[in-house]
Design a protein around this ligand. Structure first.
Ligand code: NAP
Length: 391
């Protein structure tokens, strides 16, 4: 292919989330001449960082600055509002690009598979968190106006994110970029109890230490746990880092036993050893399942590589993806070595590019500045596309 007189390979990365950006980063470290298209169905980049990371964890979202530096490189193109199957097929991508990297993540809520799961007050964490985060496909949240008792099912960091955002006061959320409607609905909800429910014991919870400890520092919620369930040890057979993490979790939970029920408006109960057999109306007013995700199928074969959650399933943090995407990038470069270049017209002539995204970014930051927040997100598809186009 001829670009500015130079021959170079053309790489499609499908999914402009962290694993996709880290794959681009890994490739460019070795081969700055590559031409990379970061394709996303949304008109906004950053995937899980924008739609999944909790809106009050702005420190985690700061990774965006690194990704923006990649977008600023001349041969890296953001191609937003491009949907595989609608605008271009996997086959066309495989045909037209020298390499296709699948970085589509996992965006389908895993199911408990129990009776009652389809009741309207049962929400999957992806749908719920996407609403808090202003994903344009999830503009409707649950009706919180009568919600007093909440069950959050699962013992991972997503369960903590969900419980924490529901438990935090409006003041604690003031510097977040939670969608204003969601923030107002949570602040006005009459929530008095949140139960974080694990099917196994506290020594098996997958919470990380800092995230669990944060639950003990909330202004309007007292973290509570029955001391009797804490009479366990971290599994001796686990590898050392896991064992240490679990032992520290038990220590943090023991600290919660000093908290007094009724000392704060919300009782935040950690409940263990409680598999869910069925969900019935009346017990809880809102149930949010935080039990992991599934992904859409994607093609495999010559010249197709996967990264991130699409590759390894829905576990691991953003830094985990960094190392893994870099390793895949090295495999891609080894595979590309000495391969004949493909050539042809640009397979994606029409897209929201980085300039379009920056118009959205600027509008959101300006709206946020008025409210003393990092940004107020645009959540309407039409509006996002209009702003991207400069209207
Ligand atoms: P996770 O850590 O794998 O936790 C999933 C939880 O769901 C586990 O406690 C699991 O229990 C439970 N579960 C699965 N099936 C269940 C069922 N049928 N009934 C009851 N419980 C069930 O995953 P996650 O919380 O979705 O988080 C995904 C990844 O993102 C994790 O690596 C996490 O650390 C990361 N993350 C990080 C942050 C952060 O750093 N602040 C924030 C959010 C997410 P079992 O253990 O018994 O299977």
């Amino acid at each position: 292919m001829l670009i500015d007189g130079a021959m170079t390979y053309r790489v499609a990365i499908v999914g402009a989330g962290p694993s996709g950006f880290y794959a681009a980063d890994g490739l460019l470290r070795e081969r700055p001449d590559l031409r990379i298209d970061l394709i996303d169905r949304l008109p906004t980049p950053f995937g899980l960082v924008r739609a999944g990371v909790a809106p009050d964890h702005q420190g985690t979202k700061a990774v965006i600055r690194q990704f923006e530096r990649l977008l600023a490189q001349p041969d890296v193109r953001f191609a937003g509002n491009v949907e595989i199957g609608r605008d271009v097929s996997w086959e066309e991508l495989q045909q037209d690009y020298d390499v296709v990297i699948v970085a589509t993540g996992m965006v389908i809520d895993r199911k408990l598979g129990v009776p009652g799961e389809e009741l309207p007050f049962v929400w999957g964490s992806w749908r719920f968190v996407a609403w808090l985060n202003g994903h344009p496909d999830f503009r409707q949240g649950p009706d919180l106006s009568q919600v007093k008792r909440v069950a959050v099912i699962g013992n991972g960091n997503v369960a903590l994110d969900v419980a924490r955002v529901l438990a935090k006061s409006a003041d604690e959320m003031a510097k977040s970029d939670i969608v204003p409607d969601a923030g107002a609905a949570i602040a006005a909800a009459p929530i008095s109890e949140i139960h974080v429910i694990g099917r196994r014991g506290p020594e098996q919870a997958s919470f990380t230490n800092n995230e669990l400890a944060e639950m003990g520092r909330l202004a309007r919620a007292a973290a509570l746990v029955d001391p009797a369930v804490l009479n366990v040890a971290a599994p001796a057979g686990d590898p050392t880092p896991e064992r240490l993490r679990k032992a520290k979790n038990l220590e943090i939970l023991k600290g919660f036993t000093n908290n007094k029920p009724g000392s704060k408006p919300i009782a935040l109960h950690f409940v263990f050893n409680t598999p869910i057999q069925a969900i019935k109306a009346g017990e809880f007013d809102l149930v949010i399942t935080c039990i992991g995700y599934a992904g859409e199928p994607y093609p495999t074969g010559e010249g197709v590589f996967a990264v991130g959650w699409a590759k390894r399933g829905p576990t691991g943090t953003i830094p985990t993806s960094r190392g893994e995407s870099h390793a895949v990038a090295r495999q891609v470069l080894a595979w590309l070595k000495d391969r004949d270049l493909k050539s042809g017209p640009d397979p994606i002539p029409q897209a929201v590019d980085a300039a379009g995204w920056h118009r959205i970014d600027k509008a959101e930051i300006a709206a946020g500045a008025k409210a003393g927040r990092p940004r107020v997100k645009l959540t309407d598809w039409q509006k996002l596309l209009e702003v991207a186009q400069g209207h």
